[in-house]
Design a protein around this ligand. Structure first.
Ligand code: PLP
Length: 468
């Protein structure tokens, strides 16, 4: 056993060493990918503001939203949509549910895709028009259904047969017709949607048709992928969904919209494969960074989906449904990064260098668990990386609180700033107040800072408790 574990240790050390080469030659070093720059001191800058100044003014950890980049990514998608007549973009609230960010998104004529009663409430609170809201989710409360129907949202996507009767009852009570769609469960082993192969989805449509006095059928929906590099998966499932649309036409039900969900990737981040995940977990082998050129540009991505749909409909003599896209990551991921401070550096006898920061996986950077995220020393952008890797950690008292393992970075000193990129998707959503308050969020627009969320205070943390 002793020699086997020695062998495994040696093997893992070799794998980590090998990752030096791919880290050094990474194509993910171009700051422009995230719309940031650097100054003469080699500090990362956003819209002319130095990250060192931002950290000094707002403290760390700090989430920084770059509205210029956000607008760029939104406009690129809208431009791509120019070729897709009548399509809608509804931002997935769960991706980054911060009012100050959502407002900036809605200002660009993008609607809301919500999956919980709270998100539905927030979309209304932010005055998103009803025809720009879709309500998905595996469990919808009666109260939220009343609210959705009263507000006249574009579609409540039915995820379970029981929902139909509940919606019919509510619509009868309110004396209005509720707009509904169906979520197709196209992927095995997922808890979502209505299965095609068992006839469940068809049965749902039959019941919707029978209750057409109270239900207005508007949408066929699916959501099947995440962080996709190309449109292939979307195309494949769009065809399956269209087969279904054709099938239900025969029972007299037609849909105005085909909602192809979210899942469009970003070229700066990727999901780890199962093998990469296992190697990272077991041996600390940081996966290869994504190669940005592997990602299909958004213009051809959307055109591919649209052409697939148009061609299918032409072949089958069907009316072409309008498309709905529900991007989350693709719109906001790149426009935000997390800035944290190096608190201490600990050199262990076994040659391992631990960098203790004020951010970590258990509180602020959970997606780093299963996704590749680029990490920069924001105060040493120009410096060469060392030949020895760092273990970058958080400050919670558990060895699980790492931020990135075996990352080759420039020589780090106490007080340096570290930037974790692509924090605009799922960082805030997954963040927790495990031992520390959640960080502030600052938005930068036209070179001006705006604090869109204050750091939690200790009083906030106990604000909902009752005790003597
Ligand atoms: C999460 C989610 C999205 C957005 O996913 P991304 O991968 O961030 O684009 C869209 N639609 C639904 C139903 C979702 O649950």
């Amino acid at each position: 056993m002793g020699s086997l574990s020695a062998l495994i240790k040696l093997f893992s050390r070799l794998l980590v060493k090998r990752s030096y080469t791919w880290q050094k030659n990474s194509l993910l070093r171009e700051l422009g990918l995230w719309g940031v720059t650097k100054d003469a001191l080699g500090h990362m800058k956003v819209q002319g503001l130095s990250t060192a100044k931002l950290a000094a003014e707002f403290g760390t950890p700090l989430l920084v939203v770059n509205q210029e980049k956000l607008n760029q990514d939104i406009q690129a998608m809208q431009k791509a949509m120019g070729t897709v007549p009548g399509a809608k973009i509804l931002y997935s609230y769960k991706t980054n549910c911060i009012p100050g960010i959502l407002q900036a998104i809605h200002a660009q004529e993008i609607g809301a895709e919500v999956i919980s009663p709270y998100e539905l409430w927030l979309a209304q609170r932010l005055k998103v028009p009803g025809e720009m809201i879709i309500y998905n989710g595996v469990n919808k409360t009666d109260e939220s259904l009343v609210s959705a129907i009263n507000y006249g949202i574009l579609a409540i996507n039915i995820d379970h047969l029981d929902e139909i009767e509940r919606i019919v009852t509510i619509a009868k009570d309110l004396g209005v017709r509720a707009k509904v769609g169906v979520r197709l469960g196209l992927v095995d082993r997922s808890q979502f949607g209505l299965a095609l192969d068992t006839g469940e989805a068809r049965e749902a449509c039959k019941r919707i048709y029978d209750a057409r006095e109270y239900l207005d059928f508007t949408c066929v929906h699916f959501n099947v992928t995440s962080n996709a590099k190309t449109a292939n998966t979307h195309k494949e499932y769009a065809l399956k969904a269209l087969d279904f649309v054709k099938d239900i036409q025969e029972m007299g039900l037609s849909t105005a919209y085909l909602d192809v969900g979210g899942g469009i990737g970003v070229p700066t981040s990727k999901n780890m494969t199962a093998i990469e995940y296992a190697q990272y977990r077991t041996f600390g082998v940081l996966p290869k960074p994504p190669n940005p050129s592997d990602f299909q540009p958004i213009s051809s991505y959307l055109a591919d989906i649209s052409n697939t749909v148009v061609e299918y409909c032409r072949r089958n003599n069907m009316e072409v449904p309008r498309l709905i896209f529900e991007p989350g990551r693709h719109l906001t991921s790149r426009a935000e990064f997390l800035l944290c401070r190096v608190l201490t550096i600990k050199q262990k006898g076994n040659g391992t260098d631990f960098v203790i920061t004020d951010a970590g996986r258990l509180s602020t950077t959970f997606p780093c668990d299963f996704e590749y995220h680029e990490v920069f020393v924001a105060t040493k952008i120009d410096q060469k990386i060392r030949t020895k890797p760092y273990q970058v950690m958080g400050r919670i008292c558990t060895s699980a609180d790492w931020l990135v393992k075996n990352k080759y970075l420039p020589e780090i000193e106490e007080g340096d700033l570290i930037a974790i990129m692509d924090a605009g998707a799922y960082f805030s959503s997954y963040s927790s107040n495990f031992s520390f308050p959640r960080p502030a969020i600052v938005k930068i627009s036209n070179g001006q800072t705006l604090l869109i969320r204050h750091e939690e205070t200790y009083e906030h943390l106990i604000g909902m408790d009752s005790f003597e």
